[in-house]
Each structure stands twice: as structure tokens, then as C-alpha cells.
Design a protein around this ligand. Structure first.
Ligand code: SAH
Length: 349
């Protein structure tokens, strides 16, 4: 096998076997990466041209009942200063975001039982009735199918639930009392209900191998989600994974490019975690086929508290500043901002 032949095949057929993917990951050289990155960028341009979609991120609660080993807002992280935004505060974030031009709001949080179905339905339907032209994305972890359905019926358009890793043993070793099979069935429920679906994983979790990364790509290919969030794992010192080595920008770029070629029309965010590891990380991701950014709309006084990992960037910046800063970064690498809803092509209401 030759890496370049495999990259060509992936470019032509948008699929490879697990063995072939592992071979690429094990052997790819710097020059071969250039070819991979060229194809992944061209593929993104075929589907989306030079546009990059903007989503306004609202981190509305950092209370969480889960105890994920990597996460800085895990239940047992007693030093995390917990907060919840009220419905009024969430609406204010949206109001400011709408004024700044955002037409997608992503409501993300820990798994917080305070936010019952009724409360979330009220929040979602209030956003949708006040701004009928916006898309609402929820990212609040595992819920019952019935609960997902209520959120959808209230007007939520999309749901992000990273699968985190497609390897069962690794998944279950870093997620106390959680099952990969449950995560997957949530993703299938979300799809069946009619949401635009986002899955995704972290790169560089301790114990992750190239074989496991290949499993992530194969799982994604089968799920065929509308969006895939991929970011480097960044160790947090107040978690069980303190002191471990995290993922790198370089490895993450390879996984972004492979994902773009496996699922050509996918919406692929250039993640904040990349920007945290490298001042130019997000620009680099845009250059290998990412086409979404998610600037922060959370009130500045809670930003530092939503500390999934340390040294998260932009925690002191006003929403208007983030909007301008990201636009400048997008333009600096030759792309243009699209402030529209940015729905996936293959999705119709
Ligand atoms: N509770 C929601 C939202 C989780 S936070 C859910 O379960 O989907 C969003 C994402 O941040 C997670 O899915 C995870 O992939 C990522 N994340 C958490 N801790 C991280 C860390 N230490 N480094 C990098 N990414 C992390």
C-alpha cells in the first residue's frame, strides 16, 4: 500500500476500510499531508465555496451530573464555580447575537436536571417566536427520546452530541457509568426525530490509538451526520486526566481533513480548542476544510467558569469583539463570513 494511492482513492470514492485508514495514520509524511490537505480544502470548496458559517455559542449552565474524566466541569470537580443563566439572560444573549448578525444560536451546557423539558421548551419556543429566522442548536448531552422530541417540537433545529470516541473500551474507561451504546442510540434517536445531527470526537485522549481514530471515521461514515465536531483533548489539572499529554493541532488537522473526504458535504467546525493550543489553530483548520466557527455569546462574567479545559481563549472578550476578531481571522486566510442560518444541504424541514 502507498499512502498517496490511498489518499487518491479516498478523494475519489469518499470511503476507505479501517485497515487503509490505519495505514494512512501510521505512515503519512509531511509531503503526503500537503496532498491530503489540498484535497480536503478543494472538497470543501466544491460544496461550500469560500464561505464560513458563524454560530453564536451560549454556554448556559456548567452544572453537570456526569463525571467524564477529561472534563473540567465534571460533577466531582468541586472547585468549579457553578452557574446557570436565567431564561432572561439567555434571551439577552440571543438579542445581542441577533443584532450582531448571528442566525444560529447554539445552547450548550452540562447535563443539568434544573433545565427540565418544560423549561427548555419555553426557552426554545420563546427564541423561535421572537426571531423566526434563526436556527437553534441544542448541545446538552444525553436525554430520552421523548425529551429530544419535545425540544424538536418546540422548534430546535439541530442537536450536537459528540460520540467522543467510537471505541467501547476507551469510551467506558473515561465515562463513569456511561455506555457507548447509549450515546449511539441517542444519536440515532436525534436523527430519527428530524434534527440536523452533529457527532464528533476528541483527538489525543490518553489510550487512543490510530486504530481507534480509524474506528471514529468508520463510525461517522455509517452515521453520516450533518456536522462533526473534532478538537484536540486538552488536559485539565482538576480532573483524573491531569498531567497526561493532550492532542496536537497537527493530528487534529489530519482528522479534520480525513473527515472532510469521508463525508464531503459535512459541516465541520474549526474549534476553539484548536485556537487554544495554537494562536493560528483555527485558521489552519479552515485551510484544511473546516467551514464553521462558533464565537462565544455567553456573558463575559460566566465565560471563565465554563472551563471544559484550561486556558480557554476569548474568556474576557465581549461578543462584539469576538464577532470582529473571528471575521478578521477568516478573511486573513482568504475566506468569507456567511451569517445565514447555514443549514446542511441535505436537510429539509
Ligand atoms: N454536556 C454536553 C456538552 C459537552 S461540552 C454533551 O454531553 O454533549 C462539549 C464538548 O467539549 C464535549 O463533547 C467534549 O468533546 C469537549 N471537551 C470536554 N472536555 C474537554 C477537554 N478537556 N479538552 C478538549 N475538549 C473537551
Amino acid at each position: 500500500m502507498k499512502v498517496l494511492d490511498l489518499i487518491d482513492k479516498l478523494h475519489r470514492e469518499n470511503d476507505l476500510t479501517k485497515t487503509e485508514l490505519i495505514y494512512i495514520l501510521d505512515h503519512i509524511t509531511e509531503t503526503e499531508k500537503e496532498v491530503l490537505f489540498k484535497y480536503s480544502l478543494e472538497t470543501k470548496q466544491e460544496y461550500y465555496g469560500d464561505t464560513v458559517y458563524m454560530r453564536g455559542l451560549i454556554e448556559f449552565t456548567n452544572y453537570c451530573v456526569r463525571n467524564c474524566n477529561y472534563c473540567g466541569i465534571r460533577r466531582d470537580q468541586e472547585e468549579a464555580e457553578r452557574y446557570r443563566l436565567s431564561k432572561e439572560q439567555i434571551m439577552q444573549c440571543c438579542d445581542q447575537g441577533y443584532w450582531l448578525g448571528y442566525r444560529t444560536f447554539v445552547l450548550q451546557g452540562g447535563e443539568d436536571p434544573f433545565f427540565t423539558d418544560d423549561l427548555l421548551v419555553d426557552i426554545i419556543s420563546s427564541i423561535k417566536s421572537r426571531w423566526p429566522d434563526v436556527a437553534v442548536t441544542m448541545s446538552i448531552g444525553e436525554r430520552t427520546k421523548d425529551s429530544y422530541k419535545k425540544l424538536k417540537d418546540a422548534g430546535a433545529d439541530r442537536y450536537l452530541l459528540r460520540h467522543e470516541t467510537a471505541n467501547e473500551a476507551l469510551y467506558e474507561s473515561i465515562h463513569e457509568n456511561m455506555k457507548l451504546s447509549s450515546r449511539k442510540s441517542c444519536l440515532y434517536d436525534i436523527r430519527e426525530i428530524g434534527f440536523q445531527v452533529g457527532a464528533g470526537f476528541m483527538v489525543g485522549i490518553p489510550g487512543q490509538t490510530n486504530e481507534i481514530l480509524a474506528e471514529d471515521l468508520i463510525f461517522l461514515k455509517g452515521l453520516n451526520p450533518h456536522m462533526v465536531g473534532i478538537g484536540p483533548f486538552i488536559p485539565h489539572e482538576k480532573t483524573p486526566l491531569a498531567g497526561t499529554t493532550g492532542g496536537t493541532v497537527e493530528e487534529t488537522l489530519v482528522m479534520l481533513a480525513l473527515t472532510r473526504l469521508m463525508i464531503p458535504s459535512v459541516l465541520l467546525p474549526s474549534t476553539t480548542a484548536l485556537g487554544t493550543l495554537d494562536g493560528k489553530g483555527r485558521e489552519k483548520a479552515l485551510k484544511v476544510g473546516a467551514n464553521v466557527v462558533m464565537p462565544n455569546l455567553s456573558p463575559t462574567n460566566v465565560r471563565e467558569k465554563y472551563e471544559l479545559y484550561q486556558d480557554k481563549i476569548c474568556t474576557g472578550d465581549e461578543a462584539a469583539h469576538c464577532r470582529q476578531c473571528i471575521e478578521g481571522r477568516i478573511n486573513s486566510v482568504g475566506f468569507e463570513v456567511d451569517m445565514g442560518r447555514g443549514d446542511h444541504d441535505g436537510w429539509r424541514k
